[in-house]
Design a protein around this ligand. Sequence first.
Ligand code: GSH
Length: 200
Amino acid sequence: MMKLYWAPNTRSLRALWMLEEAGAPYERIHIDIRNGGQDDPHFRSINPMGKVPAFEDGAAKLAESAAICAYIAERCPQAHLAPAVGDPLRGRYFHWLFFAPGCIEPAFAQKFAKFELPPVSASWGDFERVFSVLEGALVRGPWILGESFSAADVMIGADLLFGVERFGIVARTPVFDAYLKRCHARPALQRALAIDAGGA
Ligand SMILES: N[C@@H](CCC(=O)N[C@@H](CS)C(=O)NCC(=O)O)C(=O)O
């Protein structure tokens, strides 16, 4: 059985949402990161970083939200959460899946910590570039790849949910609002948010 190591109101919402989309049975294990739960040796053996989400599937152990989402998409092909190997759309799928940790995360950090780097040398450019590029990619919709929802939407959607709705650091635009509305209409996200709100 797949096991998700998780804590409420954290980046593990992404993996939780993804598992709910996949529709396969999984066990959810709460790691109390606000009280040192991340120091548990078994948990550290899965993620030496001591961060949630982390994931176990038999002998497979991994962490990093985007990697977990990609793994689940392949583990549960019946849920069609990634373009098939050989489909040209798989290029853009990887592009946006990696854009979330590679560009959105550092853009958030830049905004919170208020630091400046030359956009030419910063790997994400800068905050404004990241969200204007993302908005441009979401104009067509309904999803980041067009018609098909994928693990990349879980990563992008969860980041916009935090950036726009919870932190208010990403400006609301009609494009982001419409995309988030479509995300919220998904029963899997509704279930994940309900679990998350229920706490441990
Ligand atoms: N790069 C990781 C980041 C995960 C992360 O930052 N998790 C935070 C909660 S949002 C955490 O577990 N913090 C506990 C700690 O660092 O001790 C991912 O994308 O999954």
